[in-house]
Design a protein around this ligand. Structure first.
Ligand code: GLU
Length: 314
């Protein structure tokens, strides 16, 4: 989302030694991985390997109602069958609730978060629409809960400022989080911690320095930078890959019934994903063994060849 004016130049601080590269793949176990997930897993892994970095795996099962029984096990089996090897222990968000609670308490204490009594209907009736058609929170409970109304959710306070960052694939970005999404939810009315809080707490805790993920999350980045700032967490670098769509322009997803990755046939899908990532794999590579495909991919990977688009047709 472009903002209007250029920012004032900021002085360059003394260069501190950069932390070692740590990338990650963070699937939500709402169903099996599909070609779109393979593109994100492959690009984040190859980019970490190209920097002699670590590639971490995090199971984003924080949203209990959306988590499907058995999906995490299927995802791990798919990743192993496709030749992925992650570094360190697999992190489960469902085991990190205390850390999210501590972060929320810190935000509340700093006055950066507040309880909210509004129902979905009340917010919808306020008729403030974000550009994506969702309802922007009108700020009803910013100054305190209305008398006699209990807290339903907890929200993060946003300001009027612009956030600017440069995405390694999508280029310069500017977002006015307060204007576009408004004060966003950290702990939902159903008692579930929101993705935005969990992802920021975990990226910081795991020492993630580089986030490579689908461009469907580009619009979440402003909220995450805002939370990192409030929590005193470092800002990772971001690279948002084009999301894959079907011919009708719909994102490949569990909802659009994208075909699950077949653990018995990794070669063709790996080479297809490399092609979609602009890496121009040679003819015939799809007939090679997965180990040979990985060797080719690690030797030839270049992030700069990834199409600088928000979406591509698979
Ligand atoms: N769990 C998210 C998903 O599967 C990805 C989150 C992220 O990479 O930040 O879409």
């Amino acid at each position: 989302m472009p903002c209007s004016a250029e920012p004032p130049p900021t002085p360059t601080p003394e260069a501190a030694p950069a932390p070692a590269y740590a990338g990650r793949f963070a699937p939500s176990p709402t169903g099996p991985l599909h070609l779109g997930s393979l593109v994100a897993a492959l690009a984040s892994c190859l980019e970490a390997r190209a920097h002699q970095g670590r590639w971490l795996l995090r199971m984003e099962d924080v949203d209990a109602p959306r988590t499907r029984p058995g999906a995490a096990r299927t995802i791990l089996a798919q990743l192993e069958a496709f030749g992925f090897a992650w570094d360190g222990e697999l992190v489960w968000q469902s085991q990190r609730l205390d850390a999210y609670r501590a972060a929320l308490e810190a935000l509340l204490e700093a006055g950066a978060a507040y309880p909210c009594a509004c129902t979905r209907r009340e917010i919808a009736d306020s008729a403030l629409l974000a550009p994506d058609g969702s309802h922007r929170y009108p700020g009803t409970c910013r100054a305190g809960l209305p008398p006699g109304r209990p807290a339903r959710a907890w929200r993060c306070r946003t300001g009027a400022g612009q956030l600017r960052w440069t995405d390694a694939i999508q280029g310069p970005q500017c977002e006015e989080v307060g204007q576009i999404v408004g004060d966003f939810v950290l702990l939902r009315a159903d008692g579930q911690f929101a993705y935005q809080l969990a992802v920021v707490v975990d990226d910081a805790w795991q020492g993630v320095t580089h986030v490579v993920r689908g461009a469907d999350l580009l619009d979440s980045t402003g909220r995450q930078l805002h939370l990192q700032h409030l929590l005193g967490a470092p800002h990772p670098a971001y690279a948002h890959l084009p999301v894959l769509t079907n011919a009708a322009g719909e994102k490949l997803s569990k909802q659009t019934l994208a075909a699950p990755l077949d653990p018995a046939a990794p070669a063709r899908a790996l080479v297809h994903a490399l092609g979609l990532l602009g890496q121009a794999p040679p003819d015939g590579l799809a007939r090679a063994a997965p180990a040979e495909i990985w060797a080719w991919a690690e030797a030839h990977w270049q992030l700069s060849r990834v199409p600088r688009q928000r979406s591509i047709v698979a």
